[in-house]
Design a protein around this ligand. Structure first.
Ligand code: OXD
Ligand code: MN
Length: 606
């Protein structure tokens, strides 16, 4: 490499130029020069990830008003535009041909538009460049990524959420590319354009789910890489649950339906994302991230003691879209603290009783308000999160928010049954993490529908094959923390501890099960023992019968809906339809014998 193109050289300090030069990475220089020519920043700052860099980025975020300091000097608050409080489904698209369920735009047209909006977007601003590794830096499976942005908040978040890896970019290594500009915050011109070749462009948005490239934008790229490479890139937590020994399980839940709280019940490896590979016949999992960008609504000291502690000690926290109180601390709904009279929130000045233009009450904090923290702040962090070979996955949980149908916990008959009837059949009440109405039931296979970047058929083919190639495939569990009876929720929040312990005991062949048409459910005696042992609670036979009655008719309707969906997808593997048909036949058989519902005691005695 001779000299850098003038466009880039003229914007770098000699210190930065020298650093970049030492990498000898022509791919990187070409990429950065192109972005500079497009976005026209005043200057470029390369963020290696040192203490000084962190101080610099934090100072920038405060100076340009992206973050506001709080009374605790390690805490800040960030606000996103009132119309930019969640992932923007409508404005996010893959560049390329049509894929069912996926928002796509013709490549040339979509690219031209987003590049047009990005043109000159960084004038009078500094362009920050972050260098990261998805996964442990020393892992042979790590994936390198570069974030370019004019937002110090984005880089500050990434410095907490990802592993910095500047010097790993040495030589002509390749990397994923994320180009972001706050733009003018003209929400009508918000665009998030995903080029599966390895680049994502994002503009006129600051909400981290749309702007922090390495999180949900990278997921579209890595999912595509995984499907083509025979591994899995999933929207899953990874946790170690204790029985006689630690068992690692993954947990896939749509945003806002129990994933973060579940990951706090065990040894924490990941709260949101997992890369899973076949290593010598075993499924092994890594967390591509090194921090948590979690929903803060409802976090309270009783139900979430670990997160509460993280948010109240002296470690670094970026709060977003909570209420900033006049005393320089923050408040969020569901914290159990009294609602303040006034403060500042995502709509500006806020007071109790404030209404928006349409007369609707404005909550003190947004339902999708968040916290950004490092994994190392959690006392339940498992040091193996840095294991370059990942942890072995023994079980996978697919969980949904379903008020009417699914039992709290069930075990699949086998890999393919679990993948199809539990993972691929997920339907869940809509989350506040995407813009739009909450609580509508949505088809959301593997909690991934928002992030899928290939056709569902191809995705499922890879999933089924992945398990088959393992010498021992993980067991699969379906979970639902939200089942209701006539008088409301049938379970309390802490019951999930029991379900996890039951899974551990299943893996150790200690707990039994009852065969049902939809999988195996726990036996009453085991649960009574576990409720007493884990929660110190008496577990009544009535509670058990109510929670584990199989609502055959509702299950049947659900699987019919799911089958219709998969029938409409061209490339659904025949096996998926066969398994759904078999599932439906099995339910029919029980319906002929028992009617619309069958209780565990009927099943036990039949
Ligand atoms: C997230 C999400 O932020 O899924 O994790 O929305
Ligand atoms: Mn998520």
């Amino acid at each position: 490499m001779e000299v850098f193109p003038e466009s880039l050289r003229g914007r770098l300090s000699s210190f930065m130029s020298n650093k970049l030069y030492q990498l000898h990475n022509t791919n990187l220089v070409t990429f950065l020069s192109n972005v500079v020519e497009l976005c026209e920043p005043d200057s470029v700052y390369l963020v290696e990830g040192t203490r000084e860099d962190l101080e610099y980025v934090k100072r920038k975020a405060l100076e340009n008003g992206e973050e506001i300091p709080l009374r605790n000097r390690n805490h800040t608050v960030h606000f996103d535009h009132p119309l930019d409080q969640a992932r923007a489904r409508e404005d996010t698209f893959i560049l390329g041909g049509k894929i069912p369920f996926v928002n796509t735009r013709p490549r040339e047209e979509g690219l031209k538009e987003v590049l047009g909006i990005l043109k000159g977007s960084m004038k009078n601003r500094e362009m920050l460049v972050g260098f990261y590794s998805l996964g442990p830096v020393n892992s042979r499976h790590r994936i390198l990524a570069v974030q370019v942005t004019d937002s110090a908040y984005v880089i500050h978040s990434e410095m907490m959420l990802y592993r910095s890896a500047f010097w790993e970019f040495s030589g002509n290594v390749d990397f994923l590319r994320f180009v972001h500009s706050r733009g003018t915050q003209d929400i009508k011109r918000r665009r998030i354009a995903i080029d599966l070749g390895g680049t994502v462009y994002s503009v006129n948005t600051t909400y981290a789910g749309n702007s922090v490239g390495l999180k949900k934008l990278a997921l579209r790229l890595t999912l595509n890489m995984a499907v083509n490479g025979g591994w899995l890139s999933e929207h899953m937590a990874i946790i170690g649950i204790d029985g006689e020994r630690t068992h690692y399980v993954t947990a896939s839940f749509p945003s806002g339906s129990g994933k973060t709280s579940t990951s706090m019940l065990g040894k924490l490896i990941s709260d949101d994302l997992a890369f899973i590979r076949n290593v010598d016949g075993k499924a092994r999992a890594w967390n591509p991230e090194a921090g948590v960008f979690g929903i803060i609504h409802g976090i309270n000291p009783k139900d979430d003691p670990i997160i509460w502690e993280v948010l109240h000690k002296d470690d670094e926290v970026i709060f977003s879209n909570v209420l900033l109180k006049p005393d320089g601390t923050v408040y969020w709904d569901g914290s159990g603290e009294p609602e303040p009279e006034k403060g500042v929130n995502f709509t500006g000045e806020w007071w109790k009783g404030k209404r928006d233009g349409e007369g609707k009450p404005v909550p003190a904090s947004h339902p999708n308000a968040r916290f950004t923290v490092r994994l190392t702040s959690f006392r339940n962090l498992d040091p193996r999160y840095e294991d370059p070979e990942g942890v072995e996955v023994e079980a996978m949980i697919f969980g949904v928010k379903d008020y009417n149908t699914l039992v709290p916990i069930a075990e699949a008959f086998d890999w393919a049954h679990g993948v199809v009837t539990m993972g691929a059949s997920m339907e869940s009440a809509r989350t506040s993490a995407v813009l739009g109405k909450s609580d509508e039931m949505e088809f959301n296979p593997m909690a991934l529908l928002d992030f899928i970047s290939v056709s569902l058929g191809k995705y499922l083919r890879n999933y089924l094959d992945f398990g088959r190639r393992l010498s021992k495939s993980p067991r699969i569990y379906g979970a639902n923390y939200f089942l209701k009876g006539e008088k409301g929720f049938l379970n309390s929040k802490e019951d999930k501890r029991v379900w996890l312990r039951w899974i551990a005991e299943r893996l150790e062949d200690k707990a039994g099960s009852i065969l049902t048409p939809i999988g195996y459910i726990p036996r009453y005696d085991d649960l009574r023992r576990l409720f007493s042992h884990v929660l110190g609670k008496d577990y009544s036979r009535e509670s058990y019968e109510a929670q584990f009655t199989i609502r055959l008719k509702a299950y049947k309707e659900k699987f019919k809906r799911i089958k219709d969906i998969y029938m409409s997808v061209d490339d659904t593997p025949a096996e998926v339809i066969e398994i759904l048909d078999k599932q439906l036949l099995e339910i029919d058989k029980y319906m002929r014998e028992f009617g619309d519902r069958v209780t565990p005691s009927q099943l036990e005695s039949s």
